[in-house]
Each structure stands twice: as C-alpha cells, then as structure tokens.
Design a protein around this ligand. Structure first.
Ligand SMILES: [Zn+2]
Length: 363
C-alpha cells in the first residue's frame, strides 16, 4: 500500500538539518518565492478587469473576524502545531491568509455584505454565500498562479545545475499540468460566482448547515476543501484522478468568531451530487459531533486554520492533532500506482473525536 507523506513525520535529524541548512535553504526559497510572487502578479484586477499597478491585500478570513481571536494583533498559523522550521508559527492579522488579485475599490465593494457581522442577525442571503464562494475560489486562483510560477522557477534553477535530475523534472512537469488544470477550474467557478452576484441569481449554492454559537470560538477559518470520503467511508472525490473531464466537488466551510458569538456555515455548489450522502449523514449527527466533524475536516484538509494565541500549549503539542494537521495527500509508492487506498485510513472521519475540538472551546 502506498504510504502518505505526513509533515509531522519529519524526524529530529531532518528537523535539525533543516535548522542547520535553514539559512541556505530559506535564502533559496525566499529568492524563488519572491521571484514567483513577482512573476505571478496580475496586471489587471481579476474582478473589474481594469489595469492597475497596486493590488489590495484581500484576506481569506476577514480581518474584522480574525481580530476577535488575536492577541497583540497576532494569531497562530497551522504551523504552530507542526513547528516546521521554515514557516511562520504566528502572523499579524493584517497579513494572515492574504492574496493580491483585485483592486482596492473592488475589495471594498464585492465582499461587503458577508464581511459585516451585523448581517448575521438573520440567515445569510444567497448573495453573501456567493461572496464567500467567490473569495474562496480567488484564494485558490492566487495559490495556483503562484505555484505555477514557482514550479517554473524551480525547473529553471535546477537546469542550471550540471547534474540534472530527470525524475524531478518529470515530477515538476506533472505538478505543473495539474496546477494548470486546477487553475482553469477555479477561474470557471469564480466567473460563475461573479454572475450569481451580478444577476442576483438564487439557489446556486446549498447552505446545509448554519449555526450561531453563543460564544466566541478560539479559531477562524474560511475556505473550500475537497473531501475524500463521507462518514461511511464511501468515496466523494478521487483526488488522484487527473483527467480533465473529472471535476472535484468542493465543500465550503466558514468559521467566523464574532464578539460573544460564532458563525459556522457549510455549503456547496448546488448540483454537487457526490456530496449528497455526506450532508445527509452530517445532518443526522448530534450538535457536538457536527462540530467535531468540522474541526477534524479543516485540520486534516487545509493548512489555513488560524488559532488564538491564548490557547494553551498542551493543545498545540497534542500528538493526534500533530498527526492530523500534518496530513497531506502526497504519496510515495515504489510502483507509482497512486490510488485512494492510502487515504482511507488517514482521513477517516470516524477519527474526529481523537483531536481537541476547538469549536467547543471559548476564546
Ligand atoms: Zn477591480
């Protein structure tokens, strides 16, 4: 069976060598990533399509929500749990989960309804849901654009070295192909959401869970994730299917800490049939169990969870949480027969109660 790569299994020796080589490696990484950021910079606003020189710092989780869990203006990143030497363990609210793809004017306009906590007194509108989905797609468009530049720059960097590694070249080419396909898909979804907002279409998304908790949770999240299995272990998405005709069906999750309350939402694009069993099963869970499922899903499937610095270290050092947060879908197998089976055990939703449930905690 193919083994999954887990960031948490980077052992003491590798960690100390990462630390030792940190300066060299982080110099190379920051040089390449700086160049890639520059290369992937847009010339036109993704939304209004006007030419601009300066782009706004858009936040995946609105800064106004992040502030409710910040201590001295800072929050923990997922790397606080993994503690990989090359990455930040905490970030300032103003540069947490940011991307630069649209102009300031658009950033002020297009997310306004959903970013205003007063609008959660009532059930969120179709427009607010579409605004959230729009931003989630944008976040991935930004990520993929950056990755495509980074892979290209890595290829160029390696080609300068005399001993060229063809295996590595092939691997990078493969990642480039997948990232390009992904990018097209996210752009399509983005355009669809833009239409929903402009034409005021209704029922394009299906909000199957909306919960207002009467306390402020110590974590914040906004994003779309790709579930591998439902609660019974039946496949939802085959993430190794790289055919251009195969479409991943994603789940949007929002965890917004507001003053003395928290908003939690789960929704999907209407017509995502492969998720139907999942939300039926989800709806039948008890309240606490629903929260532990969301908690498990975001830590296992995303690296973009922000946590309050007021959380006790013992949570950050929890072994099960370290393992779950370190999960990736990267497989190393000798035969190169990448399949779903390596994922079944690791991403099993029945393990949801093995990790601390931050959604039951008060900030
Ligand atoms: Zn614009």
């Amino acid at each position: 069976m193919a083994e999954l790569f887990n960031f948490n299994e980077i052992g003491a020796i590798e960690r100390s060598s990462m630390k030792k080589n940190r300066i060299d490696f982080s110099k190379l990484y920051s040089r390449l990533s700086e160049k890639s950021r520059e290369d992937s910079k847009p010339s036109h606003c993704l939304y209004c399509e006007q030419k601009h020189n300066k782009f706004c710092n858009s936040h995946s989780v609105p800064a106004s929500f992040l502030r409710n869990i910040a201590v001295d203006g800072k929050v923990y990143t997922t790397n606080k749990i993994l503690d990989l030497p090359l990455f930040d363990t905490e970030k300032g609210v103003n540069n947490s989960g940011t991307f630069q793809l649209i102009c300031r004017q658009c950033d002020n306009q297009i997310f306004r309804e959903y970013e205003n906590y007063l609008n959660y007194k009532e059930h969120p509108t179709d427009k607010m849901i579409a605004q959230i989905a729009l931003k989630n797609h944008m976040r991935f468009i930004g990520k993929r654009r950056f990755e495509i530049s980074l892979y290209n720059n890595m290829k160029e960097e390696f080609s300068k070295k005399s001993a060229r590694n063809h295996l590595l070249d092939g691997y990078i080419d493969d990642m480039l192909r997948v990232a390009n396909l992904d990018l097209l898909e996210y752009i399509r979804d983005f355009k669809h959401c833009k239409k929903i907002i402009e034409k005021e279409w209704l029922n394009e998304h299906y909000l199957f869970y909306y919960e207002k908790l009467d306390y402020t949770v110590p974590i914040a999240f906004q994003g779309e994730v790709c579930l591998n299995f439902d609660f019974l272990g039946h496949p939802i998405n085959d993430i190794y299917n790289k055919s251009k005709d195969y479409k991943l069906q994603t789940l949007h999750i929002s965890i917004f800490p507001i003053e003395s309350q928290s908003i939690i939402m789960l929704f999907t694009k209407n017509g995502n049939k492969r998720l139907r069993q999942f939300y039926k099963q989800y709806s039948s869970l008890e309240h606490k169990d629903k929260l532990s499922a969301i908690n498990f899903i975001i830590f296992s499937l995303s690296e973009d969870v922000f946590m309050s610095k007021s959380l006790h270290d013992r949570f950050m050092e929890n072994d099960s949480l370290k393992r779950v947060a370190g999960l990736t879908s990267i497989q190393f197998s000798e035969k190169n027969n990448i399949s779903q089976e390596g994922l079944t055990e690791e991403f099993d939703l029945s393990k949801r109660n093995d990790i601390p449930n931050f959604l039951l905690m008060e900030n």
